[in-house]
Design a protein. Structure first.
Length: 553
């Protein structure tokens, strides 16, 4: 049978299948929870456990509004979800296992659970390398959509509402966890960073800090799939800076010269391989001619032999076509030879590269393209320190050990020397006086702000420093009530005597409230006819620019 006849038969079979699909009579594989009865009609699975599991999934999503939350519900309740095997010796058998994020999305996106027959939701596309990729088609490009074609678990309105909620809650569309092209964000390793714990590709998340957009490298594919905590997350600013410094040290004239030599060696090997491919094509062409000659020499009336030779000839033609296609594909992918002019331009890059890299006008996308020309991937491991394994394009590798970045509260933490200074100043000054002293000495908080009384008070409480009041009490000083009882006078008299120097008072806050030193044997008394100014025992003396009181010599 010729290739043309096979094509016609295949087209007729395809047409018949499409006609049955338009009527909703095409029998295709059903998702879990739906089966065919004896008359090939779609019905709900007769297993009551299966029906309850599917309905519970829709109820959990309706309640939580998230596919990940639905997985958490099943995991917390230790429930399993059914599926039918699509291949192997156990094909069609029902098996149970943990519910995953991918399976939840498949169930929610499938119109069959809403009782609708669909055909053409996916399309197989052959790639350049010969592989096949399945793509999801928009609804307006589906071949067939028949609502209420069979019983379902939900209504069509609920299905539409589920699709809307999924679109609103989706953080990213497409296969964002694959190696992606460089984009506009400042993350230098976007798309080429790998988790050193689980081996999955890490994604990028951005956050604002002091007006700058900074990246975080996050490994969360397993967490999204199985509703578990994310594997690891690293702050990317310090990592990107270290990678940039490494590239500036790597791109030198010597390194570029070695790279050119390696390039030339690779070109020599490619020429040898290309020669072998040509021989393979020539051999396939010879076998085609040989098969053609055999077919042309056979008696046409001897159909048994003629059909066999024709089939052999067609097989050889297919083999030749595949060999030529592979040869052309490899030739197009081969690297171009490095000319003398290109060699001079590459060597000149060593002196221009630092200026190009550090130029603020250079877009982040171009920096990423430079990184991808030199680096294959970077593997990150977060421990007591950050370990970065860099794999270069030529096969060389390099390891960096970086300190873990400070946490947000650590970066904002006041320096321990300032806290120690505050602790020492509390022995002789109030919190407001301490703030003035710290500002006069040029000291600032962890946020870079000047001190005030409230900030000093918060630091004293956060670091559990003993208050000035307690320090004075521990030194034996008395309160106003205590010393007024001791001297047998009113509290207002005690304050007047302090203002006129008859009692030694020490303020413990910025409101002027004081604690008093015991007067001892020379306690003041009420003396009529003498002015208080004539009885002064203490006088104020300036100390460190702050008003203080001390005994006269």
């Amino acid at each position: 049978m010729s290739e043309a006849e096979l094509h016609v038969i295949r087209a007729r079979l395809r047409g018949g299948m499409l006609n049955k699909a338009r009527r909703g009579e095409l029998k295709i594989a059903l998702p879990g929870g739906l089966v065919y009865d004896a008359n090939d009609r779609v019905v709900l699975d007769p297993d009551r456990r299966v029906q309850q599991s599917v309905r519970h999934l829709f109820q959990a999503f309706r309640r939580t509004g998230s596919a990940t939350a639905t997985v958490k519900v099943f995991r917390e309740q230790q429930l399993e979800f059914p599926r039918r095997l699509r291949g192997g010796p156990r094909k069609g058998q029902l098996v149970w296992g943990p519910l995953t994020h991918t399976r939840v999305l498949r169930v929610l996106h499938s119109p069959r659970y809403a009782g609708a027959f669909t055909f053409g939701r996916h399309r197989s596309v052959r790639q350049i390398d010969g592989s096949t990729r399945v793509r999801h088609q928009p609804r307006d490009q589906w071949h067939t959509l028949l609502r209420d074609a069979h019983p379902g678990y939900i209504s069509w309105e609920e299905y539409e509402d589920n699709q809307k909620r999924l679109r609103e809650s989706a953080q990213a569309h497409g296969a964002e966890r694959r190696k992606s092209p460089p984009r506009e964000g400042p993350a230098l390793l976007q798309g080429i960073v790998v988790c050193g714990v689980c081996g999955a590709r890490m994604t990028v998340r951005y956050h604002q800090r002091r007006g700058r957009l900074l990246p975080n490298y996050v490994c969360q594919s397993e967490g999204i799939e199985n509703a578990v905590p994310k594997c690891q997350e690293l702050t990317g600013a310090a990592i990107d800076e270290a990678i940039g410094t490494l590239l500036l040290e790597t791109v030198t004239p010597t390194a570029l010269e070695v790279a050119i030599q390696v390039q030339q060696e690779l070109e020599r090997r490619e020429r040898e391989v290309e020669s072998l491919r040509r021989c393979q094509v020539e051999q396939a062409r010879y076998e085609v001619e040989l098969a053609r000659s055999r077919f042309m020499q056979v008696d046409p009336n001897n159909r048994l032999v003629a059909d066999s030779l024709e089939a052999e000839w067609n097989e050889k033609l297919r083999t030749l076509a595949q060999a030529q296609e592979q040869h052309e594909k490899q030739c197009a992918a081969d690297r171009k030879a490095v000319s003398a002019h290109d060699r001079r331009r590459v060597l000149a890059l060593a002196s221009d590269f630092p200026a190009l890299w550090n130029n603020p006008a250079t877009p982040d996308r171009e920096r990423k393209r430079v990184v991808r020309l030199l680096i294959e991937d970077v593997t990150l491991i977060k421990g007591n320190e950050i370990t970065a394994h860099i794999r270069f394009k030529g096969g060389a590798s390099h390891t960096l050990h970086l300190p873990r970045p400070l946490r947000a509260w650590e970066a904002r933490k006041t320096h321990p020397d300032v806290v120690e200074e505050i602790d020492e100043l509390l022995n002789a000054h109030t919190e407001g006086e301490i703030a003035l002293l710290l500002c006069s000495r040029g000291l600032v908080s962890g946020l870079g702000k000047s001190f005030d009384r409230i900030m000093v008070q918060r630091l004293r409480r956060d670091y559990d420093l003993k208050p000035r009041y307690q320090r004075l009490r521990d030194a034996g000083l008395l309160t106003t009530d205590e010393i007024s009882q001791l001297l047998g006078v009113a509290a207002v008299t005690v304050k007047q005597w302090r203002r006129h120097g008859l009692l030694q008072g020490h303020p413990y806050n910025d409101k002027g409230q004081c604690l008093y030193e015991p007067p001892g044997d020379a306690a003041p008394t009420k003396l009529q006819g003498r002015k208080l100014s004539e009885r002064r025992r203490f006088s104020p003396v300036a100390s460190n620019g702050i008003n203080a009181v001390q005994y006269e010599a």
